[in-house]
Structure formats: C-alpha cells, structure tokens
Design a protein around this ligand. Structure first.
Ligand code: HEC
Length: 105
C-alpha cells in the first residue's frame, strides 16, 4: 500500500501548519514590501486565511498571475468572497513589482 508523498515545501507546510485564523497569525505589515500600499493590504486581507500572506519575492513576475488565479479558485471553493477584477489587477501588479527572480517552491 503506497501513500502519496505530500509535495508542499517546508516553509509552506509550516505556514499551513500554523494556520490559526486569528489576526495574531498574520505577519506584521512591515514584513511586506510597500506595507501601506493597496496591494499589500489586499494580500493581507485576502491571502492569509489559509496560510500566511506569501512574500511577493517567492515567485517571478511571470508566474504570479497563474498563482493568484489558482488561489481565487481556492477562495471560491472555501466560500470566501473572491477578489473583484479591480482588486485582482491591483494585487497582481503589486506582486509583480516586488517579484523575485526565481520561483521558490
Ligand atoms: C481558501 C484557502 C486559500 C486562500 C484564501 C489562499 N490560498 Fe494560497 N494556498 C492554499 C492552499 C491549499 C495551498 C497549497 C496547494 C496549492 O498550491 O494550491 C496554497 C498555496 C499557495 C502558495 C504556494 C504554492 C505556489 O504555487 O507557490 C502561494 C504562493 C499562495 N498560496 C499564494 C496565495 C495568494 C497570493 C492568495 C491570495 C490571492 C492565496 N494564496 C489565498 C489555499 C489558499
């Protein structure tokens, strides 16, 4: 009998493990680039229910839209309010401006 090996990276596994939906579990705003920007606020308000808000440098600019659209599906599946088109544009722009040069997995 074989079991599927979980393919989550260790940092993400830790984030998911620490997934208490309390404000205390959110990273401090100052830990993100452009902490007061609309994009950083969207990341904290919509992307930290299930895991900590992911730092923008964890993906390349080319990769972020696909990740965000996949997460939009996660939001809908879990019955959280999806981001509006305008919010998606703001969030993706923010992530791309602060993106990294490699995709960390
Ligand atoms: C409803 C729960 C939920 C919400 C809300 C959510 N995520 Fe996720 N996220 C997951 C799950 C589950 C995984 C692991 C499986 C996967 O990668 O799809 C994950 C994994 C990730 C990863 C690591 C995998 C990868 O492709 O790099 C990133 C980055 C990420 N999420 C970003 C975001 C962003 C940005 C948002 C906000 C737009 C968001 N998440 C909102 C559930 C969620």
């Amino acid at each position: 009998m074989s079991r599927r090996t979980p393919r989550l990276s260790l940092p993400l596994a830790l984030l998911l493990a620490a997934c208490a939906p309390t404000p205390d579990s959110l990273p401090p705003a100052a830990a993100l680039p452009e902490p007061q920007s609309a994009g950083a606020l969207l990341l904290q308000s919509h992307c930290a229910y299930c895991h900590g808000a992911p730092p923008p440098a964890t993906h390349r600019a080319e990769t972020w839209p696909g990740v965000v659209y996949r997460m939009q599906t996660n939001l809908v599946t879990k019955a959280y309010a999806p981001l509006t088109e305008a919010e998606l544009e703001t969030l993706i722009g923010y992530l791309q401006r602060n993106a990294g040069s490699v995709d960390s997995e």
